[in-house]
Design a binder for this molecule. Structure first.
Ligand code: DGL
Length: 265
């Protein structure tokens, strides 16, 4: 299949999704775009995220991508239709919300399920809207957990401080009786173990990177675009700092070279 897989996120966190794609599809090439000039998307308006996502999709198409993956939950919740419109007839588009909603609807019908994410993701109510669209009987309980992204970015995970912050959020009364928790953010795979430890084995913890892989497999089988072949993966950012480059180790499991690509000047 010709052409790379395009993946975009507000920054470096989406590398958790890129990692999972590489693990599931080792033969595929990636073009990653992290919009580090505009992060965090979780605190931005819907309109701003739509504008950024439109430009990034155009860039990924210009690189010959056959599939565009919206790895960012905040962008998936606010700009999926914009990305679809840009890519119409040229590349398939998948996001991190649809596969999760389908999975939860099938596995947890009639059950109570929790959801944590950024302000933008939770305010968009996109998970709830999609469950309603499916006439699902899942009872979804959502909570914005805005401290978690900066906490993880500053390296606070698997320690006492992160444990207390996560426990504080998850002990909210509204989560009592949940049977699963959706981790609706690129960064949360890094604290998945801590969350599992706090919630205990009766609550299933659902991360998007792995659930997305199934949708991507279908998209790769369906796609027929004549993308341009590339020899190696590329990881672009809209603003470069050494600290971004160092943090690739955390999110991708290996330090990778970031290339600056300014799409806005
Ligand atoms: N990538 C964002 C998400 O998954 C988290 C970081 C941000 O707010 O930009 O919602």
């Amino acid at each position: 299949m010709a052409g790379p897989i395009g993946v975009f996120d507000s920054g470096i966190g989406g590398l958790t999704v890129a990692r999972s794609i590489k693990d599931h599809f080792p033969g595929e090439k990636l073009i990653y775009f992290g919009d580090t000039a505009h992060l965090p998307y979780g605190e931005k308006s819907r309109e701003a995220i739509r504008t950024y996502s439109e430009r990034i999709s155009q860039f990924l198409l210009s690189q010959g991508c056959k599939v565009v993956v919206v790895a960012c939950n905040s962008a998936s919740s606010s700009a999926f239709d914009v990305v679809q419109e840009v890519c119409k007839g040229k590349a398939e588009v998948i996001n991190v919300i649809d596969p999760m909603v389908q999975f939860v609807d099938q596995k947890f019908s009639g059950k109570k399920v929790g959801l944590i994410g950024t302000h933008r993701t939770i305010e968009s109510a996109e998970y709830q809207n999609q469950l309603e669209h499916l006439a699902s009987s899942v009872e979804l309980i959502s909570l914005a957990t805005p401290l978690l992204v900066p906490m993880i970015e500053e390296g606070y995970y698997r320690n006492k401080i992160s444990h207390e912050i996560i426990e504080n959020y998850l002990s909210a009364e509204l989560f009592s009786g949940i049977e699963a928790l959706i981790l609706a953010c690129t960064h949360y795979p890094l604290i998945e173990d801590e969350i599992k430890e706090i919630l205990g084995e009766n609550v299933m913890v659902l991360g998007s990177p792995d659930i997305l892989a199934k949708s991507l497999k279908i998209a790769l089988n369906h796609q027929n675009s004549e993308g341009r072949d590339i020899q190696k993966d590329h990881f672009y950012v809209s603003d470069f700092t050494e600290s971004f480059e160092h943090s690739t180790l955390k999110f991708f499991g290996e330090e990778i070279h970031l290339e600056l690509m300014d799409l806005w000047s």
